[in-house]
Design a protein around this ligand. Structure first.
Ligand SMILES: Cc1cc2nc3c(=O)[nH]c(=O)nc-3n(C[C@H](O)[C@H](O)[C@H](O)COP(=O)(O)OP(=O)(O)OC[C@H]3O[C@@H](n4cnc5c(N)ncnc54)[C@H](O)[C@@H]3O)c2cc1C
Length: 199
């Protein structure tokens, strides 16, 4: 049996590892012979909660990674990284994967959806995505850190406007939130070309 898991967060990785640990009897008719983890992450399995420590550690890009994908592969789990699942055909039991602009299909016997969640972007802001960041993945954090570094290199102090007042906001950071790029000095005072931000 071929099990395919979409997502390399805690749900996907722990499911894959537990499944591998339990599938020792490969001669059983229902035995799991292959486990494949598909993810569009490149960096490995990392701790998403630690994203909220994004500005308090210099080497967060590395220290946040709990296991690189090679380590997971050593455990008999096939990892397809940098690939986005774009379609599922339940009748044919196949997935469509988009990796480096190439589409290919992957057959499965059982499919596990472990894609987590995405930051909510208010619909009126969708058109202005290049004017703000989200913080929900390591890729997002790297982009925010690079932007901040650019300003620091120019001896400028970044100022952030944050939407999203969850736990990490209290920790002095940002969670699944959107933050404005304020470096142009333009204060937007909670509205975005007329779209109200709300509470
Ligand atoms: C900044 C931050 C701080 C947090 N702090 C805490 C905390 O303190 N305590 C707490 O309990 N929780 C916290 N959370 C929430 C916690 O991280 C999530 O609940 C948890 O990561 C969910 O795990 P998951 O495996 O379900 O999904 P995720 O960790 O979101 O993983 C989903 C995976 O699916 C992949 N994926 C999604 N769609 C596709 C697709 N179409 N094709 C291929 N791959 C895909 C993604 O790349 C990702 O690897 C925090 C989250 C964030 C963002």
């Amino acid at each position: 049996m071929h099990i395919v898991i979409i997502g390399s967060g805690i749900a996907g990785v722990s499911f894959a590892e537990k499944c591998r640990a339990l599938s020792v009897d490969t001669h059983h008719p229902c035995a799991i012979t292959r486990i494949t983890l598909v993810t569009y992450e490149h960096d490995g399995y990392y701790s998403r909660p630690l994203l909220s420590r994004g500005f308090t550690k210099n080497d967060i890009e590395n220290s946040i990674i709990l296991k690189n994908f090679d380590k997971i592969r050593e455990n008999g789990i096939n990892v397809i990284s940098g690939a986005e699942v774009t379609a599922i055909d339940r009748q044919a039991k196949t997935l469509m994967l988009n990796s480096v602009s190439q589409e290919k299909s992957l057959a499965y016997d059982k499919l596990i959806l472990a894609q987590g969640s995405a930051a909510f972007i208010p619909p009126p802001f969708q058109a202005f995505k290049d004017l703000f960041f989200c913080l929900n993945s390591l890729v997002d954090l790297k982009a925010i850190r690079a932007f901040r570094q650019q300003l620091l290199n120019q001896n400028r102090k970044p100022q952030w406007a944050i939407i999203g007042g969850g736990l990490n906001w209290l920790r002095g950071c940002l969670r699944s939130c959107c933050c404005w790029r304020q470096s142009d000095g333009v204060s937007r005072h909670g509205s975005f070309n007329g779209a109200s931000i709300g509470e």
